[in-house]
Design a protein around this ligand. Structure first.
Ligand SMILES: Cc1cc2nc3c(=O)[nH]c(=O)nc-3n(C[C@H](O)[C@H](O)[C@H](O)COP(=O)(O)O)c2cc1C
Length: 322
């Protein structure tokens, strides 16, 4: 997610779940081919399994970017066919690519030919007034024929004009049944569902119909949800770290990043939701928000936030039933 799932965010989320596949923000081919590829693509080895999401529409530019991404060690290249922002539409990529399935198929072929790792597609169930389901089916059929075996489907249409990107994540109705139907009609494909999913119980229900679930906003705003994923959905029996252990485990990473010139706030901004709904959680959020962006802010800011959280939690009255 743009501006959210940067490398600091992913490093943090990986401490919560070993098995969840993480996705980068969308990176435009121009940023890779004409910008600072190292800045946009570098990541920590701990982040695996990790998919690089590309934004673009020209097969050759996408292929060159995919090859560079594979060279950086990503596990998957994902093509964005779901973003409806105006800026993305000007470049004729994102969700408007759903109107050009042959172009997407050509891009997938070109990327597969050079990168040696799976090439996958993230899309919507349709755009504007596309016919229900028939349009989605035909898009997936065309792109799958080019070798794409995994589709992540945000179960809403995108309206290419009239709605902001935020509204496009909220207003078009969710139609999960269309994604289930896709899996029924293309059982050989891996279909993952996305959109409005907020609990692991709901993930488990969707997994009765499809192969995977992608969480966006909930995973970012309430990241501790991921701590139960390995146990509940992947059958891994290791004991998940508690919230404080997660934070303390970040210390070597934070100190290494600070030494390399990263500002503390660039890392801690992704931690703000970790204590969501917990006693003292507001104090954690507030302390980081107020102190981590100050000049020369360093690790003690985080330790202070933890101490404050613990003391606020201890102040809460305990209900005793006798
Ligand atoms: C701040 C923000 C940035 C996003 N950026 C991307 C992006 O770069 N690529 C993408 O495929 N989807 C992006 N999305 C959409 C999400 O991946 C997801 O499809 C959408 O939020 C619906 O899922 P959710 O209800 O679980 O959040 C973004 C969403 C948000 C809130």
């Amino acid at each position: 997610m743009m501006d959210w799932t940067d490398r600091h965010c992913r490093y943090f989320l990986r401490r919560l779940s070993r098995h969840t596949r993480l996705y980068t923000e969308m990176v435009n081919t121009g940023a890779i081919l004409r910008g600072d590829a190292q800045r946009h693509l570098r990541f920590d080895a701990a982040e695996h399994p990790l998919a690089l999401q590309l934004g673009g529409s020209e097969a050759q530019a996408l292929a060159r970017s995919a090859a560079i991404g594979a060279g950086f060690g990503y596990d998957e290249i994902n093509l964005n066919c779901g973003c409806p922002s105006d800026r993305v539409q000007e470049g004729r990529f994102g969700a408007c690519l759903m109107g050009e399935p042959q172009r997407v198929a050509a891009a997938v072929s070109a990327m597969r030919a050079v990168c040696g790792i799976p090439v996958t597609v993230k899309c919507r169930i349709g755009i504007d007034d596309s016919e229900d389901y028939v349009f989605l089916r035909s898009f997936v059929e065309t792109v799958a024929a080019a070798g794409c075996e995994v589709f992540v489907v945000h179960a809403r249409k995108a309206w290419l004009s009239g709605l902001s990107p935020k509204e496009n994540r909220e207003i078009p109705p969710l139609r999960y049944e269309q994604v289930y139907r896709l899996k029924q009609e293309f059982p050989q494909l891996q279909i993952a569902i996305n959109g409005g999913i907020r609990t692991l119980e709901d993930c488990a229900k969707h997994l009765l119909h499809v192969d995977g679930v992608m969480l966006g906003r909930e995973a970012y705003e309430n990241p501790y949800l991921l701590a139960q994923v390995d146990r509940q959905l992947f059958g891994d029996t290791h004991t998940p770290p508690n919230r404080e252990e997660v934070v303390l485990g970040l210390r070597p990473y934070v100190e290494q990043e600070l030494a390399a010139g990263t500002a503390l706030g660039q890392i801690t901004r992704h931690l703000l939701g970790l204590f969501k709904g917990q006693p003292g959680g507001r104090a954690f959020r507030r302390h980081l928000s107020e102190h981590a962006h100050r000049r020369n802010a360093a690790w003690p800011v985080i330790e202070d936030a933890l101490a404050l959280t613990a003391s606020r939690a201890a102040e809460r009255p305990t209900l005793v039933l006798a």
